[in-house]
Design a protein around this ligand. Sequence first.
Ligand code: ZN
Length: 242
Amino acid sequence: MNEWASFLQSAQASLGDSEPVISASERQPSCRAPECSQSVDIVLRSSNGVLFGAHAANLAQFAAGFPPAEFVQKEDADGLEIVQLDERADVLELLLEYTHPQRQPHSKKWTFSLLAGLAEAVEKYMVYGAMEVCKRRMEAYATACPHEVLSYAVKHGYSDIRDMIIPTTLSWDLAEIQSALQDPALIIAWVAYREQYLKLSIALRATSAETILHRGGKFGGARNGVSKLPAAIAQLPDDVFR
Ligand SMILES: [Zn+2]
């Protein structure tokens, strides 16, 4: 190779012109699904560089969201084309298990990070067989990780989960709820919803203060009214109302 050819090859590589391929002589990554004996005809690479052997027919059947063009096997002798994906390896490994006609993985031991990654992936690639379990597991984290679960629910149209979490978000600041809801119409609705409770809470606290003055310091029924507000509002610090 002369100097020009070497320069050209280097320039093409830096511009990303060359397709990522694995040589036929290289060891082909195997499918990691338990007890799978199908032949590998497509290779997927996770965001952190781990290669996974997979089966184009299974992806087409169980993951309708994969772009069909990415299933095309490279026909020349260079080897199989690698499909680069955005998902990290632990998420991709679990996702691929759902593209096999076998018993589904246990979900109880998933960390929230793994679950959240999988939940996004199954929606993105339309892995219908995994959507419901991800939805139910995400819902179970509504108290522990409300921001993440609310974002997921809004993004994927799970209004039941969204409506369950919203009443607990009244003490969130505007930036936090904006990042979770994204949709301007929903954000405006949240502001209006929150405002009615703020006004009610202000009125009840004022009435409560009058009751204390007039009845020698004992709380009356108005105080009980405050305690019946959504917990998120009842727990707001007093300076929020000034
Ligand atoms: Zn397999």
